[in-house]
Design a protein around this ligand. Sequence first.
Ligand code: SIN
Ligand code: FE
Length: 289
Amino acid sequence: MASQLVELELADWAGATPNEAWIAALEAGKVLYFPRLGFELSPAERKLLDPKLLVEGVRNISLDGAGKLKGVAGEAEMQEAVATMVGRFRSQARQLIDGLLPQYGPSLRMAPTSFRPAQVETRVQSWRADDKRLHIDSFPSRPNYGERILRVFANLNPDGAPRVWRVGEPFETVAQRFLPRAKPYSQLQAKLLRALRVTKSFRSEYDHLMLQLHDAMKADADYQKNSPQETVPFPPGSVWVCFSDQTSHAVMSGQFMAEQTLHLPAASQYNPDASPLAILSRLTGRTLV
Ligand code: SIN
Ligand code: FE
C-alpha cells in the first residue's frame, strides 16, 4: 500500500497557502502531516498538562464557539487559563484550514474544540468505542447525511511521547471490502431509533452504511491485524489533518492532544466526487440521503 501520509514543511500557522496536490491528497483521505508546526505553550500553560485537570469520569475537555468550557475541575483562574489555551488552538486550527483550503471557508461549521489529557494506553472501552481499532469516524447517535468531519490534531506531550496512530487502507477499498457484509437499511428501524431518542435525528441510509463500516472494521480481529496499514508516531510539536470519516485510523498510545473538528457539506469540497457519500452512492447505485 502506498503511504497515506503527506509530509509538509509548513512551520507557521498563518503561513498556509492552497496547493492543488495537497488538497487532492486530503480529499482522497490522506493525512496531511506537519512535523514543524507545533502548538506553542507558555511555561504557565505547561502546568495545565495534567490529567487531574479533568472532572471525574470525563474523558475530554471541550470549548465551544461561545467560549463555554466543559470538563475542567478547578477554580475560576484554572478554568480561564485552560479556556485561553484551548481557544488559541481553536483559532490557529481555523487559520490553518482557511489558508490551506480557502474554498471551504464560508461553508465550514466549527465543532467544539477538544483537549484530551487522558492517557490512551490505559483506557478501557467496549469494542465499539475502542479507537485503538482501525475505523472511520461514524457516531451512532449523530447522523450527518454526508457532512464531512475534518479534524486538526496537535500532540502537546511534554515528555517526548509520540501520539501513535495506525493508518489503514483508502476508503473505497474499505467500502468494497465491508459493504457486502452490511446489514440492509431499514427505514422503519431508523424511525424507531429516532422515536426512542437513540439518534438525535433520523438515521439516513448513508449514516447506516457508515456505521456498518465502522462496526465491521472494529469487530474484525483479522482485519485489524493483517490489513494493509502503517504505524505513524506523531511526535510532540507536530500537527496532522485528515477527514476522519474517510481516513482509516486508530490511536495506539499517547497523552495530551488538542483536536479541532470542522464540518463541511460534501458539496463544498474541491472535488465532491471524492467524498464518502459519493463513493458509497456509486458503489451501491443508490441515493443514500
Ligand atoms: C480517533 O479519532 O479515533 C482518536 C484520535 C486520537 O485520540 O488520537
Ligand atoms: Fe476516530
